[in-house]
Write a protein that binds this ligand. Sequence first.
Ligand code: HEM
Length: 522
Amino acid sequence: MFQALISALLSLAGIGVVLAVALAVTIWRAFFTRLASVPGPAIARFTDLWYAYRIYRGSFEKDNVRLHQKYGPVVRYGVNRFSIADPQAASIIYGPASKFTKSSWYQTWGTPSSHAWSLFSDQDAKRHASNRRQYQNTYSMSSLVHYESYVDECAHLFCQRLSEMVAGTDWSRPLDMGHWLQCYAFDVIGMITYSKRIGFLDFGEDVGDVMRNLGDHLAYASVVGVYPLMHPILFRVRNWLAGSRGKGRQFIVNFTQECMAAHQATPKAQVMVPGKNYGKGEEQGQTMDFLSKFVQKHSQDPAVFTTYHVLSGCVSNMVAGSDTTSISLSAILYHVLHNPGVLTKLRGEVDQHCPQNKASPHITFAQSQGMPYLQAVIKEALRMHPATGLPLERVVPEGGATISGVFFPEGAIVGINSWVEHNNKAIFGDDTDRFNPDRWLQKDKERIGAMNRHWMPFGLGSRTCIGRHISMLEMCKLVPRLVRDYDMELCNMGQWQTKDHWFVKPENFKVLVRPRLVGDGP
Ligand code: HEM
């Protein structure tokens, strides 16, 4: 009895000591370290819960811009987390010579095991560089132009579905354009990865619950990433509760494995695109999808390109390749429809370069590259609404770093949010709030060079988006086609609602659509 009492008192004393030490460390960090003078919300000095809560609320891209408007170029948003808005910062943090690595926030984007790396979440810079080299070729622009027919097929089906849905409705039926654009982007990824549409465009719905689980993964990983120590437990508990198919990321991994098994079991789909003239050596049957390329790489060198590389490459496509592109496509359409002057100019350019032709409705990537206004519209929309909306966090390397006049010791987490960078008037001009594609067409080449260096919808440096050429191909082909062949009107002319769980996704992007008759003005 007496012994039990002593041991209980000792345990209590132990807990008390741990709490006291934690409190002392928190107070010391908040008030007595070099970084104590960095301004920000008072509560963020003491706990990262403020940041986790703000992510959960889903509008951190706006919060982040406001923080800098209130506190200046360097802002604290967590105990050891700092957001930077300074033109000099990007090259220090993400530039070619940078030794900054990804922060622990990225851990929740992978499966909790030190061996189960993913290209996006890997914090080990050496391993990442070696793995990235393995994939780089497959994602290069020169490889991707061979996939045009895959994109054409999905663009064709997308337009067919639009026409079917609005046939005879005379503007009366609003379409959930955000959803349909995600169907398009997901089916393109299916075609490129497995030579097979997953079927979103065919059914118009969330085939196999994939979109819902992707959304679940984003919400989970973005919030729990602030406290990654919880990830190994939460990941297992969530999946155990969900049953055999798993939840969030694990569900996507399982779904990917099913797609891979189906691909390996049947010969590659041979779908010919209506209206497309296939040139010599360009037949769709000759284009190798990503999975076939990965499998070939594996059989050539199984020790270097392992079966895990094959799976991980396909999972990356599924997780990173649909929301990002559909959000960017939504942003382009939203801003174009909000600005009738831009629509008129864009349509004029498209009509001139590729007039309507029912026999051959596709717009080639090469044609899209010959339309400077289209390129400026895409760039400006991705400036106004980059798909990712949280700081791209990096850890300050050994020796520390001075950024925007503040010395950050080794281990501090610093990051730039593309929403903040794209809002910087010193880089993009005084009218950053205005959708103005012409800013990319001005004569001042130096200014354009600076804007290009700070345009970061696809990130910057060694961790820049490996899939950006895929999405550019998708956007460059679909946008001019929609503008040329359809009249569209926004249903809610006010601001749209978005949710930022890493990807800043529109929630109510409703559009009225009507096929455009040849010769119609916008
Ligand atoms: C408009 C579309 C897209 C946008 C805006 C976008 C955005 C980004 C950004 C900002 C990053 C860097 C994140 C960071 O530094 O923390 C990134 C990385 C990545 N993206 Fe994309 N992405 C897009 C499309 C795609 C597609 C289509 C794929 C694959 C098919 C893809 C796969 C990846 C992968 C694997 C990474 C990690 C690369 C690495 O760390 O080496 N993305 N993306």
